[in-house]
Design a protein around this ligand. Structure first.
Ligand SMILES: [Zn+2]
Length: 76
């Protein structure tokens, strides 16, 4: 994947969660009870019972930009 800012080839890697799928929440929403996210969405979770939640992500070391392609990595 090419960086959308500088065009360099990005490094492929993963965002890893601890126990549950990683979620994205808009800045104008608040956590319910300080824990539960709402108004956003979960990222795709390729984990199994004995592994950590894992979402494919790319990093541009030049721009220090982290990118997730939601077309493939957003949880259905
Ligand atoms: Zn870049």
């Amino acid at each position: 994947m090419q960086c959308p800012k500088c065009g360099n080839e990005m490094l492929k890697g993963s965002l890893l969660g601890d126990r549950y799928a990683i979620k994205w929440q808009p800045a104008d929403k608040k956590l319910v009870g300080g824990i539960f996210a709402r108004g956003g969405f979960a990222l795709k979770d390729e984990s199994s019972l004995f592994s950590r939640p894992k979402t494919e992500a790319y990093v541009c070391e030049n721009c220090e930009l982290l990118t997730v392609d939601l077309k493939t990595q957003r949880k259905a």
